[in-house]
Design a protein around this ligand. Structure first.
Ligand code: SF4
Length: 464
């Protein structure tokens, strides 16, 4: 089972640590359907050298858009040796016709349900070229084969997914192409999710679900069950869900300490254009205050290049993030992934510049822009990252919290993540990345709000 490296992961300009965060959970999930006698080697090219001289019975390759060309090369290599090759994943589901010539079988949609079918067909020598998932049921999936994961190679080995998809339908999101032809949001059973959590060592968890609060009945029961487990965790959700009920308080009580939030844009026109209805008319600042009052740090996600953006959008967005005390920000250049409504619209309007998938990494401009030039977009995107993560802005953003402990945690988290590259590279080289986990757990541990000194004085040296 192979996860080929994303093209950008091999670039000298990008950060190795970003690609050593999470193990290939999707493949480890599929591996659970193999028989205990099957010999499985799970390889992740982001953290290890692939061994391509082997000759297994089956090779399963997970394909994302920016590793697609690399995945096809590997697939062709193994097929030449007579090995049976399966391709699956987001990109294969979006452009099956492109992937099919490189595989013996392709998987369209989520792999659960279809992988066991494929395995039984393989044993009976009756495999099909295309397996398409329409059932969408993870109520009875076997436990993820975590024994195949090389934990020491990842900063966050305890990543976990307890649902699939998301109840929303933003036009630029890859999700709809992947889940086409069936349900696009469904969850595990709560007791199974809790058992999976229980199997994970240490305290820290990272939920990779698209929308952890997407099903409030499920999430309520999950957080209820997690109380007393002494966990600290991170996850993703929406502004709408944070504002809607007291679910976020329950999440905080269960150990939620940081949240990935898709703000995407500060323009209502852009939200409308993207069909991001759940954000329209919502008060972003209210959601932020609520999260901060619970001691939850925020990673804000933003998209640049939507049609209502002008050349001032970068400064506006960075200043807003700093003013509102976002701990980290993830910026993206708008990318029309194949299979999305955004892609179809741009294709119809003749705005797609090329289909060099290696550059569809949300860091390059691959379409004809409107409100600003491609060069302005590229330069503005680079500037936004530099500016948000300057020491002075990290310090200013940290200082937006009204509690000293929150400010210190914010500063340690943002500074540690972005400003200690040689340390991260050293830990990667010495294969000891997960030794950093206790530090991460300490930073994410609960702030005792009651007995805390007010943040009347800056704890930070004047770092400009
Ligand atoms: S809320 Fe996020 S995961 Fe859900 S459809 Fe929109 S972009 Fe995709």
């Amino acid at each position: 089972m192979i996860l080929p490296a994303l093209m950008e992961a091999k670039s000298p300009y990008w950060r190795p640590i970003k690609y050593s965060l999470f193990p290939p959970l999707g493949l480890a999930t599929l591996a659970a359907y193999c028989s205990p006698d099957d010999e499985i080697d799970l390889q992740d090219e982001h953290v290890e050298q692939l061994t391509t001289y082997d000759r297994p019975d089956i090779v399963v390759i997970q394909v994302y858009i920016t590793n697609a060309f690399r995945a096809y090369l590997l697939a062709d290599h193994y097929r030449k040796k007579g090995v049976y090759v399966c391709l699956g994943g987001l990109h294969v589901s979006s452009v099956p016709d492109e992937a099919l010539p490189h595989a013996d079988s392709i998987f369209i949609g989520p792999g659960e349900d279809i992988f066991p079918q494929f395995l039984s067909d393989f044993k009976r020598k009756t495999t099909r070229r295309i397996y398409q998932n329409t059932e969408r049921d993870i109520k009875n999936i076997p436990p993820v084969r975590r024994d195949l994961i090389k934990r020491n190679l990842y900063l966050v080995p305890n990543s976990i997914v307890v649902s699939r998809g998301c109840p929303h339908h933003c036009d630029f999101c890859y999700k709809d192409a992947f889940f086409e032809g069936g349900k696009s949001f469904y969850t595990q059973r709560v007791d199974a999710a809790l058992r999976e959590i229980d199997r994970l060592p240490g305290r820290h968890l990272y939920f990779l679900d698209d929308h952890l609060l997407g099903n409030s009945k499920f999430a309520t029961a999950l957080f209820e069950g997690m109380k007393g487990m002494n966990r600290v965790f991170q996850g993703a959700s929406t502004i709408d869900a944070v504002l809607r009920s007291d679910l976020i308080e329950k999440a905080a009580e269960a150990g939620l300490r940081s949240m990935f939030m898709g703000f995407e844009t500060l323009s209502d026109d852009n939200l409308l254009q993207s069909n991001k209805k759940q954000n329209i008319g919502k008060n972003y600042e209210d959601a932020i205050s609520r999260l901060h009052s619970l001691g939850i740090m925020i990673n804000g996600s933003f998209v640049f290049g939507l049609d209502d953006d002008d050349k001032d959008v970068f400064k506006r967005t960075v200043d807003w993030g700093v003013r509102n005390g976002l701990t980290t920000s993830t910026y993206h250049i708008l990318t029309p992934y194949p299979g999305t409504r955004l892609y179809q619209a741009m294709k119809q309007q003749g705005r797609i510049l090329h289909e060099d998938w290696d550059l569809y990494d949300t860091r390059h401009v691959v379409y004809k822009t409107k409100g600003l030039s491609a060069e302005e977009l590229q330069l503005g995107y680079d500037w936004a990252y530099r500016s948000f993560y300057s020491w002075s802005n990290i310090r200013k953003a940290s200082w937006q919290h009204d509690k000293l402990k929150h400010a210190v945690k914010h500063f340690a988290y943002a500074g540690g993540w972005k400003k200690f590259e040689p340390l991260w590279n050293f830990m990667i080289k010495t294969k000891g990345l997960n030794k950093m986990l206790p530090l991460l757990e300490a930073i994410l541990s609960k702030v005792d709000i009651g007995n805390e000194q007010d943040a009347g004085r800056s704890p930070f040296p004047a770092i400009a």
